[in-house]
Design a protein around this ligand. Structure first.
Ligand SMILES: [Cu+2]
Length: 188
């Protein structure tokens, strides 16, 4: 009889895989809970090296500060330019993994020029992702200099590169189009 149970357990673990067991470390999340980034939108161009707002969205579960163990709650973590960390461990705390342990639902960050990614991941009172984990879609954020952004807006609204050139005189027309190609279609 014991042998039979052992064999059954072995079969179950082989079928479910190690990941299912490993992911069970965090507090349970309510059915259907999900996180999303309310702002910026995926692919939206934001100015480089200038603070911009990030809104944290969460449905079907609540926000509680770190250390507060309350059913169906957690706190936000903003992942910048990184993939999801291991989902059975405490979420790292560094410049790529920001914790919002006071229960914040928005923040302000600034990023250097280039292409960046943002993603939200909920953590429980001990900063461990829930079971199942609650995280947002990863969005791509192209950042460009303010001058170039102004120029691109000019072009978009007026369709006049010459006018855009007068906004930012040291950018050549070919540089505009190169940057337009590079930035305006990302993440869609
Ligand atoms: Cu945390």
């Amino acid at each position: 009889m014991y042998k039979l149970i052992a064999v059954a357990a072995l079969v179950v673990s082989a079928t479910w895989g190690a990941a299912d067991f490993a992911a069970a470390a965090g507090a349970p999340s309510p059915h259907g809970a999900y996180a999303y980034i309310g702002y910026p939108n995926d692919g939206q161009v934001v100015p480089a090296n200038k603070p911009f707002r990030v809104w944290f969205g969460l449905r079907y579960m609540g926000v509680a500060p770190k250390g507060v163990k309350y059913p169906n709650t957690g706190h936000h973590h903003l992942l910048i330019d990184t993939d999801l960390p291991p989902l059975d461990k405490e979420i790292p705390s560094d410049r790529n993994h920001l914790h919002f342990g006071a229960g914040e639902t928005e923040t302000t960050i600034q990023l250097p020029p280039g292409k960046h990614t943002l993603q939200l991941l909920m953590g429980d009172d001990m900063h461990i992702p829930h079971n199942p984990p609650v995280y947002s879609k990863k969005i791509t954020e192209p950042t460009i200099s303010r001058l170039l952004l102004a120029a691109i807006h000019h072009m978009a609204y007026d369709g006049a590169p010459s006018q855009a050139r007068s906004t930012a005189p040291h950018f050549s027309r070919s540089l505009y189009s190169r940057h337009l190609r590079k930035f305006l279609r990302i993440g869609k």
